[in-house]
Design a protein around this ligand. Structure first.
Ligand code: C2O
Ligand code: CU
Ligand code: CU
Length: 439
């Protein structure tokens, strides 16, 4: 139950090789293996301690995306781990059940390190959501799906720059490599055997740049039950859900005995015009994974109308402090990331309004470290049902604004900052990131 144990994780980032696509050996990086890393799991109240060893030939970091923790343990660009070194962060899990992830965050090198294969899921549990009535047997009816695109060169290597895509033809839409190959949990052309009438999919867009617009080929309805930082209070029936890089959603899908259906990414609505739309993947379709239901299925209890354990909405004070962030090119408010500059100093535990504006042709997904936010307004409108809940990353409407209610961390540190940035990793690496301290 909550508030008890200790969880120790021993993680090693290492070089390897893997047959990611048929018949080719791909040099890769992974955590405790050749590609990607193990799913980590902890419970609210647990004390987590990580023993992270960098056996890579380059300096890296390990960031706990979506985790509420002191900045010094965040694994951002200030927590560098040089080759051969060990980093030992420790923190307490103080937030609701949710599907988080981990990935490197070295200054200017994040896209490369994630592309090579460093990422994994970090699932949090708590008593309240254990009782929510959702499918919850990991690997049986509760399935993590790390969705990624990759571009492979003829020699099998992963393309790290954008030389082999359409993007090289134009100076526009320069969001980095968009691959033409989909990997799900590192698997090419995957399928999932389903043995229960309902299956819960923890969807995570682990791509560097590509936005997915997910639905089923037969257009069946599914139920949204969680966003990045926790369950949603009221499950939402949907036929499509769009996820920008680093966004997550948990959905529950019903299947009939013996049937097959494919989770597909349809052309996403990224809100930009031609040619950026084409160059940034706005016209692309991919089959992600096939669901293959057994002839006999174990009956699952129905998804409740209300979910226990959903985080409460963030309450705005009467006159909240408003901060504005204008994203354009690879800058925020006209500035590039500077490790030595603190951009915002924020009061601990307070709720503020952050207004994030995107330039007209810009494809950006905005992420804030160490906290959760709610979307108050999206491009001048009330947020759509699938944006209502606890989030840590949001797609920024091009040429418009998203208003966020931001619940600042309780942990203070005058020196060590948290990051806010575009999660289009190439943008991040090129400077579309800033730092805030909490005092
Ligand atoms: Cu997912 Cu600053 O990162
Ligand atoms: Cu993060
Ligand atoms: Cu961006």
């Amino acid at each position: 139950s909550d508030g008890s144990g200790g969880r120790r994780f021993t993680l090693t980032a290492q070089e390897g090789a893997s047959e990611l696509i048929p018949g080719k050996q791909t040099p890769t990086w992974g955590v405790n293996g050749a590609f990607l890393g193990p799913t980590l799991r902890a419970r609210r109240g647990d004390r987590v301690s990580v023993h992270f060893t960098n056996k890579l030939p380059e300096t890296t970091t390990m960031h706990w995306h979506g985790m509420h923790l002191p900045a010094v343990n965040d694994g951002g660009p200030h927590q560098s781990v040089v080759p051969g070194a060990v980093w030992r962060p420790e923190w307490e899990i103080v937030q609701p059940a949710s599907t988080l992830w981990y990935h490197p965050h070295p200054h200017g090198q994040t896209a490369d390190h994630v592309s090579r294969g460093l990422a994994g899921m970090f699932i949090l549990d708590d008593d309240a959501s254990d009782g929510a009535g959702l499918p919850g047997r990991y690997g049986v009816d509760d399935i993590p799906l790390i969705l990624q695109d990759r571009e492979f060169n003829d020699d099998g290597s992963i393309e790290l720059r954008n030389v082999s895509t359409l993007e090289s033809f134009a100076g526009v839409g320069n969001i980095g490599v968009l691959g033409d190959t989909i990997l799900v949990n590192g698997t090419y052309d995957p399928y999932l055997r389903v043995t229960t009438t309902l299956v819960r999919l923890r969807l995570m867009n682990g791509s560097n740049a590509r936005v997915f617009n997910l639905g089923f080929t037969d257009n069946r309805e599914f139920t949204l039950v969680a966003l990045e930082n926790g369950l949603v209070a009221k499950p939402v029936p949907l036929r499509r859900i769009q996820l920008a890089p680093a966004e997550r959603a948990e959905v529950v899908v019903a299947v009939e005995p013996g049937e097959r259906t494919v989770l597909r990414s349809f052309p996403p609505d990224i809100g930009v015009g031609f040619p950026t739309k084409r160059l940034d993947g706005g016209e692309d379709t991919f089959d992600m994974i096939e669901l293959r239901a057994d002839k006999r299925l174990t009956e699952s209890p129905p998804v409740p109308d209300r979910l226990r354990g959903a985080p409460a909405p963030i309450e705005l004070p009467d006159s909240p402090r408003v901060r504005r962030f204008r994203l354009s090119g690879t800058n925020i408010n006209g500035k590039k990331m500077d490790m030595e500059r603190i951009d915002e100093v924020c009061p601990a535990g307070r709720v503020e309004v952050w207004e994030v504006e995107g330039n007209a042709d810009g494809v950006h997904s905005f992420h804030i470290h160490g906290l959760s936010f709610n979307v108050l307004q999206y491009a001048g409108n009330k947020p759509a049902a699938h944006l209502v809940g606890a989030k840590d990353t949001v797609y920024v409407p091009p040429g418009d604004m998203v208003r966020l209610a931001v619940a600042l961390p309780d942990y203070t540190d005058e020196k060590k900052p948290y990051m806010f940035h575009c999660h289009q990793l190439r943008h991040e690496d090129q400077g579309m990131m800033g730092q805030f301290t909490v005092v």
